[in-house]
Design a binder for this molecule. Structure first.
Ligand SMILES: Nc1ncnc2c1ncn2[C@@H]1O[C@H](COP(=O)(O)OP(=O)(O)OP(=O)(O)O)[C@@H](O)[C@H]1O
Ligand code: SF4
Ligand SMILES: [Mg+2]
Length: 332
C-alpha cells in the first residue's frame, strides 16, 4: 500500500532521513478569565522526531508537556507555527489521512481510564481498532486480542471485563495493548507508567523498550521521571513554561546538563514529580504572566542582568545539544 501520509515517495533511504514529526515554532495560547487574558502553554517550540527515535519529554507539572503532545497529534490546533507529519500539516488532513494517522500514531492518554469506553469490555476495546483499520480478517480478531493481552501481561479472561473492574495498573496495560492493536509507527505515551508499582512499571517499560528496538517504533514518552527517560529514550527534551530549554542525547544531558533548569531537575533525580517545587528555589511564574527575559531567571542561581532583558534562543552545543541559556554550564 502506498503511504499517503508519509514523506513523498523518494528513495526509501531518503524517506528515512525525513523526520516523522516536525514542530516549527509552535505556539498554543488558551484564553482564560472569560477571554480577558491569555495563557501561553506553548511558546515557540521547535522539535523533530525521526523514524525509530525515542524521545522523552520531561519537565515540571504545568510546563506544557501534554499540550505539546495534543497539538502534535492534531487534537488541539496550534495558535501559531506548524506541525508536520512527514510532509503533511496535521491541521489539514482529509478524512482518509486522519484515519491513517490515527492508525500510524497511537496515543496513550495521561488519563488511561478516561480514554477507554466504559461500556465496552476489554475484548471489545481491543478489537475495535483492529476492525476499524481492517488489520485482520474477522476470524483472526479474537486471536489477535489474546496475543495483545499476553503481550502486556494480562490474563486471557481480562477480555470479558469492563474497565471499571480493573485496577489502575491493569487499565494502563489495556491502554498500551490498545495502542499496539493499531500496529503503529509511533507511540506517544503521556505519563503511562507514573503511579504504578515498581514491578508493573518495569514490565511495561521493558515491553515498550523491546517494541521500540524490535519493531523500530518511534516513541514520545512524557514523564516526570528522569530514570524512566534514561531507561527508555535515546533523546530527551526538557520543558520549562512552554519552551524546550535543553534537548539532546539522554545520556549526554544526564551526564552533564548544560541548562541550569536541567541541573535542578537532576538534583531531584530520580523521581521528582511531587517534591520538585521544594527542591528548586523560587516560585514558578504563571504561564499567563511570563516574565521578560529568561523565564527561568526567578529560580536560577546563574542569572545576570542580561537574563532580565534577553529571552535566550536555543544554541547548538556538542553532540547536537540545543540549549536556551545565556550562561550555560560547561561540559568541562
Ligand atoms: N484547556 C486549557 N485551558 C486553559 N489552560 C490550559 C488548558 N490546558 C492546559 N492549560 C494550561 O497550560 C499549561 C500547560 O498544561 P499541560 O497540561 O500541558 O502541562 P503538563 O506539563 O502536561 O503538566 P502535568 O505534568 O501536570 O501533566 C498549564 O498552565 C495548564 O494550566
Ligand atoms: S539565561 Fe540566565 S536566567 Fe536563564 S537559565 Fe540561563 S543563566 Fe539562568
Ligand atoms: Mg500532562
Amino acid at each position: 500500500m502506498t503511504p499517503d501520509l508519509m514523506p513523498p515517495p523518494l528513495a526509501a533511504e531518503a524517506t528515512d532521513e525525513l523526520p516523522l514529526f516536525s514542530l516549527l515554532d509552535v505556539e498554543k495560547r488558551f484564553a482564560i478569565d472569560g477571554g480577558r487574558r491569555e495563557l501561553r502553554a506553548l511558546d515557540g517550540v521547535r522539535l523533530t522526531l525521526r523514524p525509530g527515535e525515542s524521545l522523552a519529554l520531561v519537565g515540571e507539572s504545568g510546563s506544557g508537556k501534554s499540550t505539546l503532545v495534543r497539538v502534535m497529534l492534531g487534537l488541539e490546533a496550534a495558535s501559531n507555527g506548524r506541525v508536520l507529519y512527514g510532509a503533511q500539516d496535521v491541521g489539514q488532513f482529509d478524512a482518509a489521512q486522519r484515519r491513517r494517522f490515527a492508525r500510524e500514531v497511537a496515543y496513550i492518554y495521561q488519563d488511561a481510564r478516561g480514554s477507554l469506553n466504559p461500556r465496552l469490555t476489554v475484548g471489545e476495546v481491543l478489537a475495535e481498532p483492529i476492525r476499524l483499520h481492517q488489520l485482520r480478517e474477522s476470524s483472526e480478531v479474537a486471536g489477535r486480542v489474546d496475543e495483545l493481552l499476553r503481550q502486556v501481561g494480562l490474563p486471557p479472561d481480562t477480555r470479558h471485563k469492563f474497565p471499571s473492574e480493573l485496577s489502575g495498573g491493569q487499565v494502563r496495560r489495556v491502554a498500551v495493548a490498545r495502542a499496539l492493536a493499531c500496529e503503529p509507527r509511533v507511540i506517544v505515551a503521556d505519563e503511562s507508567v507514573a503511579g504504578l508499582d515498581v514491578s508493573v512499571q518495569a514490565q511495561l517499560l521493558n515491553l515498550l523498550r523491546d517494541l521500540q528496538r524490535e519493531q523500530g517504533l518511534a516513541m514520545v514518552f512524557v514523564t516526570h521521571d528522569l530514570g524512566v527517560a534514561a531507561y527508555l529514550c535515546e533523546r530527551v527534551a526538557v520543558m520549562y513554561l512552554g519552551r524546550l530549554v535543553e534537548t539532546g542525547p539522554t545520556r549526554a544531558v544526564l551526564r552533564q546538563p548544560l541548562h541550569p533548569y536541567t541541573q535542578a531537575l537532576m538534583r531531584a533525580f530520580p523521581r521528582f514529580d511531587a517534591p520538585l517545587s521544594v527542591s528548586l528555589q523560587g516560585e514558578i511564574p504563571s504561564p499567563a504572566q511570563l516574565p521578560a527575559g529568561c523565564r527561568f531567571r526567578s529560580r536560577c542561581t546563574r542569572a545576570s542582568d542580561d537574563c532580565a532583558r534577553i529571552d535566550p534562543a536555543q544554541t547548538l552545543h556538542d553532540e547536537g545539544r540545543l540549549v536556551a541559556c545565556l550562561h550555560p554550564l560547561t561540559t568541562a
